[in-house]
Design a protein around this ligand. Structure first.
Ligand SMILES: [Zn+2]
Length: 397
């Protein structure tokens, strides 16, 4: 076992030492490392370029009954930028200090990609085979929305031939003993409302000015926000997932201190749960603009069609398999709607049962933060957790 643990930690450190960091990520070194590990596991490795410089690496462990729906173990190769001066240890050196590996990507989510492979190494060594084919995929660009990553990959013939039934991807670390599973995510809308009105000397009291319209819209938005917060505080089981959020993120306008501006543009970020009617939400925005006095035009930057949540009831054999694994492992988890956007939405869109799960508990959430780390024990324990979850998913019926 010690030898296997050393291989796992060495592979993780090597992967973390590759600075696959935005912007303009060079994925070559990641691809080479994954090809080496795949070869070491005696598994075929394929590399598909969904766009120039945007590789997807697919490692395949073929099942005894390849006609069945397969299992996809997904992770992304890219990481978010670092502010090196804030780090205690260099973010791409993967130093081990007091039993923790410090590096960008140690939680989000290079550890998980390696855990999948090391769990498979152990299962293979023990002589296991499964009826469902298992694919381990490494995708680019998740941290910039996945448009040139998973979004394109699910549209390829290669992906269609994989016949994926269920997938695993990341969730978040938890400070508690229990883990967190995501089964859906909020829909993200980002838009700018261009509020127009009469312009003139700053001393005048003109009617229906851009400033008054902005005031009305901000009042409406923040009243709605307060009401949503109130719903959340009244529901002890709900952290954040089942309510909508709205925040004003930008305000621009004006030319000079003594001139009433012709236009003020305000931008918003909204996250809407799939249980809300998107149509009602849009109508509410139009209503606000009308009440503000008109001449308020909404320009959408991001407005995707809502994606159905993955069912988490008895009807879903993959969910039953996941729960069986958790029971065997005696681990506790809670289920949530993810408040951000992740690659799982592209998979759900094409009918895959997608679950977000990160086997990182009793650990502060340091994704996208400095001094990101994962405990060695936590990392190695995660391999054992995946061993069970993969076994159950790959035999689900
Ligand atoms: Zn991530």
């Amino acid at each position: 076992m010690e030898v296997l643990n050393k291989i796992a930690v060495d592979n993780l450190r090597h992967y973390l030492q590759i600075p696959s960091v935005h912007p303009n990520v060079d994925y070559n070194e990641c691809v080479e490392l994954l090809q080496t590990i795949g070869k070491d596991l005696s598994l075929p490795v394929e590399v598909i370029f969904v766009k120039p410089k945007k590789p997807v690496v697919i490692i395949t462990w073929k099942g005894q009954r390849p006609e069945l729906k397969s299992i996809l173990l997904n992770s992304h190769m890219d990481v978010v930028p670092v502010f090196e001066e804030e780090w205690k240890y260099k973010p791409f050196s993967a130093e081990i200090v007091d039993g923790k590996i410090y590096a960008r990507g140690s939680q989000d989510m290079k550890s998980i990609g390696i855990q999948y492979l090391e769990a498979i190494r152990r299962l293979k060594l023990e002589g296991h085979t499964f009826k469902r084919t298992i694919y381990v995929c490494f995708v680019p660009d998740e941290e910039i929305g996945g448009k040139d990553g998973m979004n394109l990959f699910v549209q390829t013939e290669f992906f269609k031939k994989m016949k994926v039934g269920a997938s695993l991807d990341e969730s978040v670390a938890t400070e508690k003993n229990e883990f967190r599973v995501f089964y859906g995510e909020k829909n993200c809308w980002q838009f700018t409302i261009h509020c127009k009105g009469p312009t003139g000397h700053g001393s005048l009291l003109l009617e229906r000015t851009a400033g008054e319209k902005v005031t009305h819209l901000l009042n409406k938005a923040y009243a709605y926000r307060s009401a949503q917060k109130k719903i959340m505080s009244g529901d002890p089981t709900n952290i954040f997932g089942n309510i909508a959020s709205i925040n004003c993120t930008k305000i621009r306008g004006g030319v000079q201190d003594n001139v009433i501006p012709q236009e003020i543009a305000i931008s918003f970020d909204c996250r809407i749960p799939s249980s809300y009617s998107q149509k009602d939400f849009e109508e509410m925005l139009i209503q606000w603009c009308r009440e503000a006095g008109g001449d308020c035009d909404i320009e959408y930057h991001q407005k995707e069609e809502p994606v159905l949540d993955t069912p988490i009831d008895e009807s879903n054999i993959f969910w039953n398999a996941f729960k069986r694994a958790a029971e065997k492992l005696k681990i506790q988890f809670d289920t949530h709607i993810c408040c951000a956007t992740s690659d799982s939405r592209y998979l759900r869109k094409v009918g895959v049962s997608a679950f977000g799960f990160s086997p990182i508990n009793n650990t502060p959430i340091l994704m996208h933060s400095h001094n990101e780390y994962i405990g060695l024990d936590t990392f190695l324990n995660g391999i054992e957790i995946y061993r069970e979850i993969i076994s159950e998913l790959a035999t689900a019926e």
